[in-house]
Unconditional design. Sequence first.
Lengths: 501, 161
Amino acid sequence: MDAILTSIDMLGTTLIVPMAILGMTWGIFGGALPGISPSITMALLLPFTYTMEPVSAIVLLASTYVGAEYGGSIPAILIRTPGTNASAATMIDGYEMKKQGKAGEALGISLQASSVGNVVGILCIILLTGPLSQLALAFRPTSYFALGILGLSVIVSVSEGSIFKGLIAALIGLMIATIGTDPVTGVGRFTYGQADLLTGVPIILVMVGLFAVGEVLEQIATKDDGTARTDLATRLKWPSWAVQKKTWRANLIGSAIGVFCGIMPGAGGTVASFMAYSEARRFSKTPEEFGKGSAEAVAAPEAANNADAGVGLIPLLSFGIPASNSTAVLLGGFLIHGLNPGPVLFSKDPTLLYGLFTGLLVASAALIPVAYLTLSSSIWLVNRPKPLLMAFIAALVFSGAYSINNSVFDLGLVLAAGVLGFGMRFFGMPMLPTILGLVLGYMIEANYRRSLVISGGDNAIFLEDPIAVGFLVLAALFLIGSLFRELRDRRRQRIEREVLP
Amino acid sequence: MDRDLVCGLIGTAIALVYLKAAADIPTSGLGDTVGAAGVPHLLGYLLAAVSLLFVVQRLVVLRSVRAAAAPKSGGVFDDPVPAFASAAGTVLICAFFIFLFEPLGYLLSVGILIFSLCLYQRVPLNPRLLAIAAGGAFALWFLFAILLAVRMPAGVWVELF
């Protein structure tokens, strides 16, 4: 009851409502731009949040995340180019509907399904975050060290591609985190007399560089295939009762799968949306329409990726461990204001989290009117030439990075992180382990050494904490399991090559 | 050359350079049992080990099958040389922008950045491009310097006039 009253009070006394609407609008625009993922859309906003109240900044970023998940479906339906990876499944039948002259209806179905998925995801966050964070209150330095190792192991083991690449990416992130003043002795490490590095490499600048500048470098290096552009006349059409009766089951299936995938670290919206597509077809009365412009096939993936986005916030808010690129950027938003999401934040400053929940509910309610109002502008943006977009994004990124500390050194850091991001994309390395290594590096090292100071240098202290033992065993199981899976896949590929030369 | 193999070799090189740099970390009288250089050393050795294992694993895969039939390395570009050249050009433009940022001032340097990145992506050189670059720089200046009140560099022009 107290929480509800606080939330209602915050609606009038803070900037939650305008920030939720602004974030939603920015998110829809960012998601609508092909190649610009939700995490990049959020990273572009980070520098602007420095001067804001913490609750406004967090609501702005979280609403952007929600908006971008819907925005990704616009180019997927209109120009057969998914705005986000998670909207690739929507593209299959959404574009078929467009070819049949039903683009407006497809956009309406996508909007309704996104709203359903959003509400389900937000309800899960509200119900689960509190109880889970209470669990974490029992943690000691040994547990936090083990939690950091577990978080890294899970992300490394579920990352796309070889586990070796995931491990290399995580270690690079941990190495960057060692730059700066040593957390125990105060000795400078890898600073080379550079005062800007004494407090470490700013995580925000690395995120902006890795995601945004890396993306600009990749997009400029990728030739535009001159994909046919859409007309500018499409208008959003809310689904009729007949269509809604047909899609309710797909909405529910998509939401349930989104919640399931959101809880599983690393599964992500893309997996959720394709799983939802497949399950919706299985339970559909007209499975033969899938692939030919089915309304259910548009609804299920959209509900799934939006529910997944909401539920994906739970590990961050409960344990301080981001489970996706977007939640890693949101973590950056918390860190900018000196806040560490997790159980301590929940017990010390619950109003911030009530504000976030309220903001997400406002954003969810605002999705439908904002989507209607911004559709024409979104379609206009979808049709902008890529060279102009990339040039403006680069200018915006560097301007934002400079505005944080008024430092040219920071611009160099952002560019260096961008080069690293391009290199990682080039080699097909996952970026989330690097970000997570950077974010968790300090926590892992500080708690490891704090534990050893407590025990007088005896490593057995980690075995005396049952939570730490459990986490470390789980971490080892994840890594070993992933290694076995990779070896098994390679063996199967070899056998297939030998059988089918 | 196989892309994963190069990735493993680069990882090994990074580990060696990092270990060399970690050796220069000073010791402190306040040091705990691990010390300021303890974790960096551990990370360096781990990266070297993982990268070398990756190289060995990739060599085994490449040896077991004909190179042409080997499973393809991950990555987004089919043709790496033009992609690298293009990215290097973009990085150079951005580095040039950073170099000129304070001497030229915000408005002019951002205008040049937008203009040169567009030109680099083969947008035709015409008055429209100049207008886009000028308009874009002005819009960003208005957003940051006026609306957000960020102190952006004015450039050497302030001293001249």
